[in-house]
Design a protein around this ligand. Structure first.
Ligand code: PA5
Length: 473
């Protein structure tokens, strides 16, 4: 699987072009008109990488030791736990969920252990909905689980509160000195509370490199550790990312899939199409859209540009699933406002084949399905939706994976990360901060009276009281 060119993913943007979709599409003149901007963005991508502002770009190449350590730790713990439970949120949870869903069996947790390759079940708790955690406790025995606390900042309320609950439960079951084998932390090497607690209490810890932000961290131990525990080939994942990195070094936009993807999205925004629908035609890729939605929205939705001007820019990512959402959202995409582009993710070879039996041949509305595979049906449905959109003048593009495996998923994740950074350069914004997210985190701290957040508390206390007149029921 490593470095197999038959497994290189493809970006097909024919249907983004005017000659295919008409007036909402683009021409090569649109690209030429942006030459200066594209050159500046390309140069900035290089300089920022060289100057260490994009450490995530080097992750496919510089983690041999980390990978060895992760694999050794997973091997040491093989067979010891019934479940691996990840506590994290946002960039500390979405990547692990996406890769797990993509690579492993669709009903992984329901399989008997031997069919899971002896690996533990896998759960992610990425919310503080009390019902979710309480329900998890109905199906796991905490003393038979390994809890992976993932937080770059080491202070996120959701994650740290889950950790506090779990630690207390473990102590009650196992005794105060016996919990450290059930907790593994993934965090920054010095910032935040989690690293301090991990050191004080002796938890095994994996480090998120300081220059890698949450939503760009899937290829660090954030994603690699849970993947290794559930039998995913993390070396192939990184090899896929390394292969894509080679392509992403091309300055020529027509040879660089990530730059082209970023540019097409930028042009779409300029032409009044800021909605960007991601529609994989594979259930295994469903959570790639969730991971991507965070990457795209949190990185590119910004109030200020790099010169301090208020710009309020950003594309709106929308998640869809083919063929399921043909029966819910596609009507809007074909006939609604011309404010969106659609990105299909297709698969050449699915890992299973399901054939429809040749029955009901006397009923014309069913007979044509006899002998057809679901593989053919889903592929044809994807083409049909593409055709419907193209005929209606709706720009769309397709990324195709020869098959879903670690190597292709590594390519896909890396391509989207580079595309995001490139789109950020075109938009002239800071792709890597998230002041809007911090605002919400700070308001939570203030409402709970956390020291240091008194000004925010005063601001919150002064917010206008809600009028009962505007509340119904
Ligand atoms: O991308 C980001 O920076 C955020 O989504 C974070 O991943 C999220 O807020 C969780 O933060 P942390 O990993 O510090 O707990």
């Amino acid at each position: 699987m490593l470095n197999n060119p038959d497994q290189n993913i493809r970006l097909d943007y024919n249907n983004m072009m005017k000659e295919f979709v008409g007036s909402y599409g683009f021409t090569s003149d649109d690209f030429t008109a942006l030459t200066e901007k594209i050159d500046a963005a390309t140069a900035a991508m290089k300089i920022k990488r060289e100057q260490g502002f994009m450490d995530w770009r080097d992750l496919p190449h510089n983690q041999e030791e980390v990978v060895d350590e992760i694999l050794a730790y997973a091997a040491e713990n093989a067979g010891k736990f019934e479940a691996f439970v990840l506590l994290g949120i946002g960039g500390s949870a979405l990547g692990p969920m996406a890769v797990q869903q993509a690579i492993n069996h669709q009903f992984y947790n329901e399989l008997p252990r031997e069919k899971r390759g002896g690996h533990p079940k896998f759960y992610v708790v990425d919310n503080v909905d009390p019902e979710r955690l309480a329900c998890l406790f109905d199906i796991i025995d905490v003393d038979k689980c390994l809890f992976n606390v993932v937080s770059k900042s080491g202070s996120t309320s959701e994650t740290m509160s889950q950790f506090m609950i779990i630690k207390q439960m473990l102590e009650e079951k196992l005794g105060a000195g016996n919990v450290h084998n059930h907790i593994v932390c993934t965090t920054d090497k010095e910032k935040g509370n989690l690293i301090k607690i991990a050191k004080d209490e002796g938890y095994k810890t994996f480090i998120i490199p300081s220059g890698v932000g949450g939503r760009f961290s899937q290829l660090t131990p954030v994603g690699l550790l849970p993947a290794a525990f559930t039998g995913i080939d993390i070396r192939a994942l990184l090899a896929g990312a390394a292969t894509m990195d080679k392509l992403c070094k091309a300055d020529n936009i027509t040879q660089n899939p990530a730059y082209m993807y970023g540019l097409l999205n930028y042009l779409a925004m300029q032409k009044g199409m800021p909605m960007s629908v991601m529609m994989p035609y594979a259930d295994s890729l469903k959570y790639i859209s969730d991971w991507y939605a965070q990457l795209w929205a949190e990185s590119l939705g910004k109030k200020y540009d790099n010169n301090g001007n208020i710009v309020n820019v950003g594309p709106t990512p929308i998640k869809a699933l083919g063929a399921t959402d043909q029966h819910s959202q596609v009507q809007l995409y074909v006939e609604g406002p011309y404010d969106k582009i659609i990105v299909f993710i297709g698969v050449d070879e699915y890992r299973k084949t399901v054939t429809i039996p040749k029955i009901y041949s006397d009923i014309s509305s069913l007979g044509f399905l006899g002998g057809v595979t679901h593989n053919e049906l889903i592929a044809v449905e994807q083409l049909s939706t593409e055709h419907a959109l193209r005929s209606a003048g709706r720009p769309n593009m397709t990324i195709t994976l020869p098959s879903v495996n670690e190597f292709t998923i590594g390519q896909l994740l890396y391509m989207f990360m580079v595309a995001t950074a490139f789109a950020g350069e075109l938009l002239n914004i800071n792709t890597f901060d998230q002041p809007g997210v911090e605002e919400g985190k700070n308001a939570t701290y203030a409402m709970f009276g956390r020291p240091g957040y008194e000004d925010k508390k005063r601001e919150l206390d002064a917010r206008p009281a809600k009028k009962p007149a505007y509340i119904i029921g």
